[in-house]
Design a protein around this ligand. Structure first.
Ligand code: NAD
Length: 484
């Protein structure tokens, strides 16, 4: 049992302003494994004051290359504690250890390395020709930023936001989810170790009320939010009203389109990690599998075999592919969707309940529905669990129509032996990232984000860095030349 009695506020370990406590419950054993302070309004106020002081301090004025060096040190310090962090994710949210190191930790350090490389070359100041004379276009830190973090890939989402903020020179207040506060304590130690200037980062684990307090706080200029579409709408509305800068990374219901010429023997095994990674709790999960009518039975057979082959159990066991869901309410929600699938007429082909022999823990069997109509609830709503649906289509146009018949537009893929035919499909699907014959649809150096209800704005790449910058145009006298 771990117990913490301080919060990381503005670079100091400080006693919290209240005695509120978060109990971290193991999704595998259902036992309390840690107690940490829950941040309250007073803690947010202190963090904002520290961030404002840091914004006026030396760090935001450093060159891009100097800020890049900080981000690189952060990446290296995380790498040095990678196994410890991976084990924390397995303990606090049930990520299989077979995926935790790569999916949770190295994905984060690779994203940070990308931010560092970008900060070294990004034009934070450039002179452009203007209508009357030269203009200095400057990219300045956006101000005090907030990173609101979901529980499913906490360090990775921190890396997407904090990497950009530190590269841009903007202080950041991080709010981890109450389900996953423990990795934040290791992150605080790492930030101490790399001697990040005080005030640049605070880490305040808490629930949605404090999240909303941070979003509304007059000292916060920019909100980077990742979470559900329902919460994102609320955050976006507040930011709109208060005219705050805001990036929203929200839910998904992505489709993998299997074209008729696809090699199923290679495509389906590659698709499985994308569909079921992190126990199906991934925003980019491709949970709708679109199969051509001519090969429908072959696709169903291949997917069913692959789903049945997933080993379920204790996520600390390295041979396990699918662990428990994060919380009891998440397990109940997923089982509720399985009931709905059956009630609406889809055929349950694999799984559908609690795995045999696992009496403790919030486990749900990897589950496959076939004969799914895209208008059914299980094809429209984000389930966020290991539940897949195979949907038939008639020709590539119909496949694109079905893929686009969704409120969401986050990721997706197409599987084919004709890359040009795949590109043709990729260009038509209304989604922020897409893969051709690839299980990964998210590139750590290029923009990532959603169309439609999957979000507003982009993270990663120059577009993502720009979201943490304000742009200023300084009109220079005609004939101005900068000092050599
Ligand atoms: P959630 O929306 O319940 O919570 C996300 C975070 O927002 C938490 O820290 C929560 O405390 C906070 N929050 C909730 N309501 C808030 C409010 N009104 N104001 C301020 N903060 C608030 O989501 P979750 O269950 O933690 O995460 C799962 C969801 O996140 C899924 O929908 C998933 O698709 C999405 N997600 C999206 C991405 C992406 O990049 N698009 C990545 C990971 C997860």
């Amino acid at each position: 049992m771990q117990t913490k009695d301080t919060l990381y506020i503005g670079g100091e370990w400080i006693a919290p302003s209240t005695s509120n406590v978060i109990e971290v419950i193991s999704p595998t054993t259902e036992e309390v494994i840690a107690r940490v302070p829950e941040a309250a309004e007073g803690d947010v106020d202190r963090a904002v004051e520290a961030a404002k002081a840091a914004l006026a301090g030396p760090y935001p004025k450093l060159s891009g290359a100097e800020r890049a060096a900080t981000v690189r040190r952060l990446s290296q310090a995380i790498q040095a504690r990678s196994q410890e962090l991976a084990d924390v994710f397995t303990a606090e949210m049930g990520t299989p250890s077979s995926w935790s190191l790569m999916g949770q930790v190295f994905s984060s350090t690779m994203a940070l390395d990308g931010w560092a490389d970008l900060a070294e070359t990004f034009p934070f100041e450039e002179i452009r020709p203007g209508a009357l004379g030269p203009v200095l276009v400057r990219k300045e830190p956006v101000g005090v930023s907030a990173g609101i973090i979901p529980w499913n890939v906490p360090l990775f989402i921190v890396a997407l936001k904090l990497g950009a903020a530190l590269a841009a020179g903007a202080p950041m207040i991080l709010k981890p989810s109450p389900e996953t506060p423990l990795d934040g304590y290791i992150l605080g130690e790492i930030l101490d170790e790399i001697e990040l200037p005080k005030g640049m980062v605070s880490i305040l684990p808490a629930g949605r009320e404090i999240g909303e307090y941070i979003v509304r706080h007059p000292g916060v200029d920019k909100v980077g939010f990742t979470g559900s579409t329902a919460a994102g709408r609320k955050v976006g509305a507040i930011c709109g009203e208060l005219l705050k800068r805001c990036t929203l990374e929200l839910g998904g219901k992505s489709a993998a389109i299997i074209l008729e010429d696809a090699d199923l023997a290679s495509a389906i095994p590659m698709l499985m990690p994308s569909a079921l990674m992190n126990n199906g709790q991934a925003c980019i999960a491709q949970t709708r599998i679109l199969a051509p009518r001519a090969r429908y039975d072959d696709v169903v057979e291949a997917v069913a075999q692959a789903v049945k082959a997933q080993t379920v159990g204790d996520p600390a066991d390295p041979t396990v592919a699918v662990g428990p869901l994060v919380a009891e309410r998440q397990r109940d929600r997923v089982l509720g969707y399985i009931d709905k699938g059956k009630a609406e007429g889809a055929t349950l082909t694999v799984g559908g309940g609690r795995p045999a022999g696992l009496d403790k823990g919030w486990f749900v069997e990897p589950t496959l529905f076939v004969d799914v109509d895209n208008r059914m609830t299980i094809a429209q709503e984000e389930i966020f669990g290991p539940v897949l649906a195979v949907i038939g289509y008639d020709g590539p146009e119909d496949a694109v129509r079905i893929a686009n018949d969704s409120d969401y537009g986050l990721s997706g893929s197409v599987w084919t032996s004709d890359v040009e035919a795949g590109l043709d499909v990729a260009r038509q699907v209304r989604t922020g990232t897409y893969g051709i014959n690839q299980f990964g649809t998210l590139d750590l150096r290029n923009p990532f984000g959603g169309f439609k209800a999957s979000g507003v704005g982009r993270e990663l790449g120059p577009e993502g860095l720009s979201a943490y910058l304000e742009t200023k145009s300084i009109l220079l006298p005609p004939g101005y030349t900068p000092p050599a």
